[in-house]
Design a protein around this ligand. Structure first.
Ligand SMILES: C[S@@+](CC[C@H](N)C(=O)[O-])C[C@H]1O[C@@H](n2cnc3c(N)ncnc32)[C@H](O)[C@@H]1O
Length: 276
């Protein structure tokens, strides 16, 4: 109420125009929260702990066009506040509706949003430089598209000796594997977790298929990105170091493997079929 009763002065330092907020609002002069065009945020203190913000308003004469304001405001805003403002510019605009637009926005911003670094889980991992919201497209998994027999051969005979036990293969389905060992985006550095903050989906954009890593929940700044690899192998078990209380102990999709194992008979158990 105190704010409503006080006279408001134009935020231009050289201007002496003052107005009652309610009267000015009626005259179209003061800050209107609904109108982002006239809303400015200014941190009063450089200290991060001080979350106080001040609303600035301008008289009709000193209202600047929006594109000019961005420059002048950045000089006045504290680094902390500016960082937040810039982070929000990385959010997908709410008016983006189509999958194709979201995909384009994701491609244009992923370098600013993500970083790679030493992981607490394994080797290197990918970290969020900015917060992400549940459902956000995070990054595309790209690489060379190969058939499963080629991927298996490469893994078994070439890569295991070159890059250790790590695998940079993303199995789309029974017919297609993305090999990101020699080419591809930094998505291939995303580690596995049994309680992941991301998930992968194949989406279609203008007729082309893309493997996209989506945020499964809200992700905080500097959280490591993870998804469930659902690694499938009847013969091989890959120990998991995700560290979550509900860790399966292995990167393998144990449920799927058990189901297949019921149908699976080792070659030595097979007998020739003889017609009766
Ligand atoms: C696509 S790479 C991930 C990037 C890897 N950290 C690196 O530095 O190259 C996949 C490999 O990382 C390792 N890895 C990923 N998540 C893991 C986890 N939760 N536990 C153990 N090893 C993991 C496994 O060796 C796996 O084959």
């Amino acid at each position: 109420m105190k704010f409503l009763n006080a006279l408001k002065k134009c935020s231009n330092n050289t201007c002496r125009v003052a107005y009652h907020p309610l009267c000015a609002r009626a005259a179209g002069l003061c800050v209107e929260l609904e109108d982002e065009d006239r809303l400015y945020l200014l941190s009063l203190d450089e200290d991060d702990a001080d979350q106080c913000i001040r609303l600035l308003s301008f008289c009709k004469k000193h209202r600047q066009p929006l594109n000019e304001r961005v420059v002048t405001d950045e000089r006045r805003i504290s680094p902390t506040c500016l960082q937040r403002l810039r982070a929000s510019q990385l959010d997908a605009p709410s008016n983006i509706l189509s999958m194709a637009e979201k995909y384009q926005h994701m491609r244009q911003t992923f370098r600013k949003r993500l970083a790679f670094g030493k992981s607490g889980i394994h080797g290197f991992g990918i970290f969020a430089k900015h917060p992400h919201r549940a459902g956000d497209m995070v990054i595309e998994y790209t690489g060379e598209l190969v058939r499963p027999p080629i991927a298996d051969r490469r893994e078994r005979f070439i890569y295991n000796s070159l890059v250790g036990a790590g695998t940079y293969m993303f199995r789309i389905d029974d017919k297609r594997v993305i090999d990101a060992t020699r080419a591809g985006s930094i998505a291939h550095l995303i580690n596995h977790s049994c309680e992941p903050n991301c998930y992968s989906r194949v989406i279609s954009v203008n007729g082309d298929e893309h493997i996209i890593i989506f945020a499964k929940r809200d992700i905080k700044r500097w959280e490591e990105l993870t998804y469930d690899y659902r690694f499938f192998s009847i013969e091989e078990k890959l120990a998991c170091y995700c560290g979550f209380s509900r860790c399966r102990g292995v990167v393998n999709d144990t449920e799927a493997e058990e189901q297949v194992a019921e149908l699976y008979a080792p070659r030595y158990e097979l007998t020739d079929w003889k017609e009766e």
